[in-house]
Design a protein around this ligand. Structure first.
Ligand SMILES: [Zn+2]
Ligand SMILES: [Zn+2]
Length: 159
């Protein structure tokens, strides 16, 4: 590739199908379908974070895979027919910082884990924010809620 040429993903400018593929054997040959709104929001979050790449740790999941990883039965990770969720991380940013960038973009549901941030555009999308402890969402509120940030510091970061 010419060094002046920018690589462009096959889903959107910065995202590729392989990043969203369900990791199970059964889905290896399945078409990867991702919601356009999710891709658009992810591109915006990327810009919001200073153009830092978002590493997707979980994109689409078939119902079996979702069950295996302990996802909610109605998880937005399950394509219906398009995947509407990712779990991801950004190098040099805390999951909460990724969540705050997502909140600026608006219209996302945001879950903060120890080393990942869950983002989805499953409707209705009231910009909810929650924190996972051992895989279970245990607190949910608007992200501007200062209690939530305090809670994050105490529980997640052990401050
Ligand atoms: Zn699968
Ligand atoms: Zn998730």
């Amino acid at each position: 590739m010419n060094k002046n040429e920018k690589a462009v993903g096959d889903l959107s400018t910065n995202f590729w199908k392989f990043e969203f593929r369900c990791p199970c054997k059964k889905c290896r040959r399945k078409k990867v379908l991702v919601d356009d709104l999710l891709l658009f929001k992810l591109e915006m979050i990327r810009i919001e974070l200073g153009n830092k790449p978002i590493t997707i740790t979980s994109g689409n999941r078939c119902p079996e895979e979702n069950k295996k990883v302990g996802g909610h039965p109605d998880s937005a990770h399950i394509p219906g027919p398009r995947g509407k969720a990712i779990d991801g991380r950004v190098k040099g940013k805390k999951p909460l910082e990724v969540g705050l960038a997502a909140e600026k973009v608006e219209g996302l549901r945001i879950g903060i884990g120890f080393n990942f941030c869950h983002l989805d555009v499953k409707p209705p999308n009231p910009s909810r924010f929650w924190i996972y402890i051992k895989g279970k969402p245990i607190y949910s509120a608007k992200i501007e809620n200062e209690d939530l940030k305090k809670f994050y510091d105490i529980i997640i970061k052990g401050k």
